[in-house]
Design a protein around this ligand. Structure first.
Ligand code: Z5A
Ligand code: MG
Length: 212
């Protein structure tokens, strides 16, 4: 036939409480994949480099105040402004390892008391991850890691609420990895499940959209 479609990359999202190890593991994962000859990129939300991202950053560092609904929609807009680039990259074969996504958006805003369905609504139509990995750690253990900085949500009481909200979002397709293990052990487990996911996507698994 000679007209074989190029295989697409995988959209992999890491979620978890603050200090669960997402950023550390995302960068290790990208290095590992590249070492395996799999073209991969590290992405993160919020993406603080855009105009919207700068508004989010000012809010998180408490240099600006915003209504809870407003900041929720900005986080969502920050994903929408990256959606088409994300799709292009995936279709040209790049695997994207994404540090936080819509689940952080919904968990953090609903932890403030916003209605969960209202929180999910602006995420509808964004690309659905091929895999969500949840790095599991208790809020107490997370707080012990180097202590929290000064950002808005970095407080134990609030992190407990976020943990409850994440558990509501949780579905059977999520891969839960014990984030309390030594970094190398977490890393090994992630490598295995992400390689499986990359293989599935190469075999033609279709890209889907949120929220389903
Ligand atoms: N937010 C939102 O409200 N709505 C949204 O839509 C989105 C986000 C996308 C900023 O996020 C805030 O925005 C965040 C959610 C909210 N709220 N808070 N707080 P961020 O992603 O920019 O947050 P961050 O500053 O990158 O920190 P983090 O994500 O909390 O940390 P992490 O990435 O999970 O962990 P880490 O940086 O890899 O590791 C933390 C420390 O633990 C570090 O010293 C490591 O060396 C150590 N560590 C990591 N793994 C281990 C293990 N296995 N053992 C021992 N020590 C470890
Ligand atoms: Mg991080």
């Amino acid at each position: 036939e000679g007209n074989k479609m190029e295989s697409r990359g995988a959209l992999v999202v890491l979620e978890g409480l603050d200090r669960s190890g997402k950023s550390s593991q995302c960068s290790r994962l990208v290095s590992f994949l590249e070492g395996q000859g799999i073209s991969a990129e590290l992405w993160r939300f919020p993406d603080r480099t855009t105009n919207v991202g700068q508004m989010i950053s000012a809010y998180l560092s408490n240099t600006s105040q915003l209504d809870d609904h407003t900041i929720h929609l900005l986080f969502s807009a920050n994903r929408w402004e990256k959606r088409s680039l994300m799709e292009t990259k995936l279709k040209t074969g790049k695997t994207l390892i994404v540090d936080r996504y819509s689940y952080s958006g919904v968990a953090f805003s609903s932890a403030k008391g916003l209605d969960i369905e209202w929180c999910k609504a602006p995420e509808i139509g964004l690309l659905a991850p091929d895999m969500v990995v949840y790095l599991d750690i208790s809020p107490e253990k997370a707080a012990e890691r180097g202590g929290y900085g000064g950002e808005r949500y970095e407080k134990l009481e609030f992190q407990k609420k976020v943990a409850d909200c994440y558990s509501v979002l949780h579905d059977v397709s999520w891969k839960v990895v014990d984030g309390c293990q030594p970094m190398e052990d977490v890393e090994k487990q992630l490598q295995e499940i992400v390689l499986d996911c990359v293989t599935e996507c190469r075999k033609g698994k279709l890209l889907a959209t949120l929220w389903s």
